[in-house]
Each structure stands twice: as C-alpha cells, then as structure tokens.
Write a protein that binds this ligand. Sequence first.
Ligand SMILES: [Zn+2]
Length: 191
Amino acid sequence: MSILSDILEHNAGFVERREYEPFRTDQFPDKRLVILSCMDTRLVELLPHAMNFRNGDVKMIKNAGAIVSHPFGSVMRSLLVAVYELHAAEVAVVGHYGCGMTGLSCERVLQKAVDRGVSPETLATLQNSGIDLQGWLTGFKSPEDGVRQSVAMIRKHPLLPKGVPVHGLMISPETGRLDVVSDGYAADVRG
Ligand SMILES: [Zn+2]
C-alpha cells in the first residue's frame, strides 16, 4: 500500500467517525502566539505537549531549522500575517538541540542532487545566473546561533509593529525541556 492510499483510507474513516470533533476551533490563536519551529519529526507531537498547546492555541510555522533566511520571504510574511490578521501578540522562535541544519553542507546536498539525476550543467547554469546556492542551501554553526539570527531578523524587521515580544527558545527533542535563548520581554530592541 502506498503512503497516499494509506492516508486516504484512514481519512475516510476519520471523517466518517467524526473524529475531527475534538479539534474544532477557529483560525485565531487562543494563546495569541505565533511559533516558528523546525520540521524535525521528533517535535511533531512533543513540542505542543511540552509547551501546552492544543489545536487552536497557536499559529505554527515550520521549516528546516526554524530559519528566517530572508526578510521578505514566506516565513517573515507568515509571521506578519499572524500578527496583523490573526491577532498573534507575541512571536516565539523554537530551535532544538541536535538540529540537522547544523553545518549543512551545500556541496553534499548538491552532490546528492547530481547522484539523483540533476545534471552538473544545471548546477553550473544556476550558479552562472547569479543564484547563490552556497548561501541558500546553508544552515547555521549551532542551533542556538540559528535561533539568535532568526530572532534578530524578526525583531529588526521594518514591518513588525513595536511592542511585539519576540522570544528565542531551544527545546530538547528528547525530553521537551525548554531553554530561553532570548527573552522577548527583556529585549530592548524595538524602542
Ligand atoms: Zn531541526
């Protein structure tokens, strides 16, 4: 059975049995928080449980590494939409220990692309077109650094309104323990 058919078969029963009922909510985050976190599989259920979030409590944005790589990219847009349109009052960037984006090697990823049939000429064409693959396919020196960089990018964003605390946290993917990297209430950066 394929992954998709497995999902669809489950889904038909889920809807039929009205198992969606405990999840009913609206699009506004009850806890008025938007979270940027990592797509790591270990966090899928652990993070909401460890932070006491249920369906409807928060807006959740996820990508590889919880990285805001561009001030006018889709992550920053999502954060701004959460703040302006969906009543999020605070932002939390939640990185995690043991993140796979630590020291991500652009060369290694591109070699795998070539191994899987992407032609070296295509890579050369991209690079000759001025696309900075090295700068794009990159992670961070440490996950804590990644959180600090993302937090800094959000805090100094010209479209973020004043008075929106931006917190930086690290979570353990084993125990769910949270460490505060940067307390958004204490940060005197928006004034
Ligand atoms: Zn990660």
